[in-house]
Design a protein around this ligand. Sequence first.
Ligand SMILES: [Zn+2]
Length: 318
Amino acid sequence: MSFSYEVKEELSRQPSESCCQNAELAALIRMAGTIKIVGGEKKVLVQVQTVHAPTARRVYKLMRKNFQTPVQVAIKRNNFLRDKRLYIISIDMKCCRRFLEEYGIIPEKEHAKLKRAVMNPDSIKNDCCKRAFLRGAFLGGGSVSNPKGPYHMEFVTQDEDMVKILTETINHFGLKSNVVERKNNYMIYLKDGDHISDLLGLMGAHNNLLKYEDVRVLKDMRNSVNRIVNCETANLNKTIDASLRQIESIKYFKENNIFDRLPDKLRQIAELRLQYPDLSLKELGQMMDPVLGKSGVSYRLKKIEEMANKLQSMKGDL
Ligand SMILES: [Zn+2]
């Protein structure tokens, strides 16, 4: 079972306040609903289609609770969906017209055009209703990848106004989402592991939020161990490179018989460096008499390098 499915399973069992139920259902219909005219325009149905059983169960329950009208459920087996079941939940539009208008699912007083209106943000004014709206949107058109892989959560919709409301609602909680327009639809997505985790919690998927965090903690630990190892290797390489450069400069003085002309302070550190090529600057400093700090050692060795470079380049000029 995919992680997405498990999240939907948990969300579909969330208890919700009566003020929130409409917001959740509205988001579900905007994401997964269609309008179907049957029997020569005599009957207009609002239908929600989904392959997720938990989502179907949720839609059914919410419709039953909120509209005083029978709710029909049909199940289709579909070869195209590799034998998955397609759940179709239908309700007579007459009985929920005011609801549909209120949530911008159909324009006021128009016939049967779905998803063409703009939703009044006031209809999800409370934070609890905003969270319910996100939950409905996720159940209707969302998915989240298993945290073992790259972090990714998305909402897919054809409804342009829904892109705006969803983005605003996600931003309202301080989370960041991006939108990409595809051929026939829009994808609102989150890539930040912290934000995805927060959104799982906001929607009410607390158990799956914990599972998500468990995987993330392990992954982060592995990454930071790798980072430390890489970092230490990099530092070691840097130290070795520097030491080799210093030794080359010192040898230049020796080979050209000008080593004795170096000031005492530089000569002393140069001898130590030749003798102990793999010691750190700090360790070299401790072998000096008197003891010299790391920056002092660094300064003197740089001075030797500079002088050697200068002499070399002058020689080249001649
Ligand atoms: Zn509410």
